[in-house]
Design a protein. Structure first.
Length: 93
């Protein structure tokens, strides 16, 4: 009969992660340094779904088709009368 054997899972406190500012947890390496754990532990928690990735405002998680659609939308919002020299966006009236 087996007893309590095998590798023990390392539990991360999610509240402790929330207390760390975004600027100190931009990468797995930064987060592991702030939590004083290994990078492997953080990566394992990401794979299990305990921790969720957060993309920055530039949206690097978008695929190529979505980037094109987003760019087309932004271009469609530009006022065509102002195009050659000083482009401006439509204003909500």
């Amino acid at each position: 009969m087996t007893k309590n054997c095998g590798r023990k899972r390392i539990q991360l406190d999610v509240d402790q992660i929330r207390e760390i500012p975004f600027s100190q947890r931009t990468t797995i390496r930064d987060l592991s340094f702030a939590l004083i754990t290994s990078k492997d532990t953080i990566h394992r928690q990401l794979k299990l779904g305990v921790i969720r990735r957060h993309s920055n405002p530039i949206k690097p998680a978008l695929n190529e088709d979505n980037k094109r659609a987003r760019l087309r939308f932004c271009i469609s919002m530009i006022d065509s009368a102002s195009l050659p020299h000083d482009p401006i966006f439509f204003k909500d009236v």
